[in-house]
Design a binder for this molecule. Sequence first.
Ligand SMILES: [Zn+2]
Ligand SMILES: [Zn+2]
Length: 80
Amino acid sequence: MMNQIKTGYRYIQFEKDGNGRSVCPKCWNSYKQRSHLIRHLRYECGVDPKFKCTHCPRRFKQKSKLLTHVKSHYLDTQSS
Ligand SMILES: [Zn+2]
Ligand SMILES: [Zn+2]
């Protein structure tokens, strides 16, 4: 059974798995609520990570993850 949701100006078709969870057609993450899948498609799935590390080429989707990562750079320089 196919379902459709609208993200911005596009319609995206998705399927439900055996547990009735809405499955992302791009990365196969599944969500209990359709609204969670919509949020995922709008803000997470296929979106370029915004937060760049200034010490290395890594990028992060969440600022908190970047901050944790940046701290690890400082820990590295202290221990070596
Ligand atoms: Zn996805
Ligand atoms: Zn880094």
